[in-house]
Design a protein around this ligand. Structure first.
Ligand SMILES: C[S@@+](CC[C@H](N)C(=O)[O-])C[C@H]1O[C@@H](n2cnc3c(N)ncnc32)[C@H](O)[C@@H]1O
Length: 246
C-alpha cells in the first residue's frame, strides 16, 4: 500500500496547482471514482483547469449534502466542470434530487458588478474570459453536455433576476461561482432560509487571489447570521448551515 501511495499522490509528492503548493497527502487524486468524476469535468470544459483539490472539496461537499433533504443549486456554471464531476460522482439521476444550474451563459452582467469588483478588474477579466473562450456563450453546447442526466434545470439569464425560477423548497448544496460579489450575495440572501440544516454553502472564490471583494461581502453576510466561513487553502470558502441534521 505504501509503495502504491508513494507512486501516486501520497507521502513524498508535492501538490502544486492552482495557487496551492502542499506536501500534505492528496491521495484523493488516485481514487478511481475521483479520477472518473474529474475526467467527466474535463470533458465538460474541454480542458483540464488543473484544480484537483478544489474539485475534491466540491465532491466532498456534494457527497455530504446528498444525504440531506433538499436539492442542489449552482450559480455560475459555465461549461459545467464541477457540476458535471459531481453528477458523475453521485450517479446523479439515482439520487432523486434536482440540480438547478444558473448562468447567463454569456459572462458577467455589467449591471451587477460592484465598484469594488470593478476596481479589482472584473470588467477586464470578464471581457478576456469571453474573448479567449473560457466563458462559454454556446448554450447548446452546455445543454448537450448535460443531456446524459434527467434531473436538472438549466436556468439561463442574469442573477438576481432568475433566482425565483428555482423551485426547490429545500436546498442542501449551494455553490456560488460567479467571480463577482453582487449576484453571489443576492443568491446567498435569497436561498439562505431554504438551506436545510447541515447544507453546504460553497464559495469558489472566497479566498482566491484577486477576489477580495467576495471575501469581505460574504464575511458580512455570514457575521450578520452569527456564522463564520471556513477559509480553505484552495481559495474556496465553506459554510455549513447550522442546525440539527437529525
Ligand atoms: C468561473 S465561471 C463558473 C465555473 C463553473 N462553476 C465550473 O465549474 O466550471 C463563472 C460563471 O459565472 C457566470 N456569471 C457571472 N455573473 C453572472 C450573473 N450575474 N448571473 C448569472 N451568471 C453569471 C458567468 O457567465 C460564468 O459562466
Amino acid at each position: 500500500m505504501i509503495a502504491a501511495a508513494e507512486a501516486g499522490h501520497g507521502e513524498g509528492h508535492i501538490y502544486d496547482q492552482d495557487g496551492l503548493q502542499s506536501a500534505h497527502n492528496h491521495e484523493f487524486m488516485d481514487d478511481p471514482v475521483f479520477r472518473k468524476a474529474y475526467a467527466r469535468g474535463v470533458r465538460a470544459a474541454g480542458r483540464d483547469y488543473e484544480w484537483h483539490w478544489r474539485v475534491h472539496v466540491g465532491l466532498w461537499a456534494a457527497s455530504w449534502a446528498s444525504r440531506l433533504p433538499g436539492d442542489f443549486v449552482e450559480c455560475g456554471v459555465n461549461r459545467g466542470f464541477l457540476s458535471s464531476a459531481i453528477m458523475d460522482y453521485l450517479t446523479w439521476d439515482s439520487l432523486g434530487k434536482h440540480f438547478y444550474l444558473l448562468d447567463t451563459f454569456k459572462g458577467m452582467d455589467e449591471r451587477y458588478i460592484s465598484a469594488q469588483d470593478r476596481a479589482a478588474g472584473a470588467i477586464r477579466k470578464n471581457l478576456t474570459n469571453l474573448a479567449n473562450g473560457f466563458y462559454t456563450s454556446n448554450t447548446e453546447e452546455v445543454r448537450a453536455n448535460f443531456a446524459e442526466w434527467k434531473n436538472l434545470s438549466l436556468i439561463e439569464g442574469a442573477i438576481p433576476e432568475t433566482l425565483s425560477q428555482v423551485q426547490a423548497d429545500q436546498i442542501c448544496y449551494l455553490h456560488l461561482d460567479m467571480n463577482c460579489s453582487t449576484p453571489e450575495l443576492a443568491a446567498a440572501e435569497f436561498f439562505w432560509d431554504r438551506l436545510t440544516p447541515g447544507a453546504c454553502l460553497l464559495l469558489d472564490d472566497y479566498a482566491y487571489r484577486g477576489y477580495r471583494a467576495q471575501k469581505t461581502t460574504m464575511d458580512c453576510f455570514a457575521q450578520a447570521r452569527g456564522n463564520m466561513i471556513l477559509s480553505l487553502p484552495t481559495g474556496q470558502g465553506l459554510l455549513i448551515k447550522p442546525g440539527s441534521t437529525r
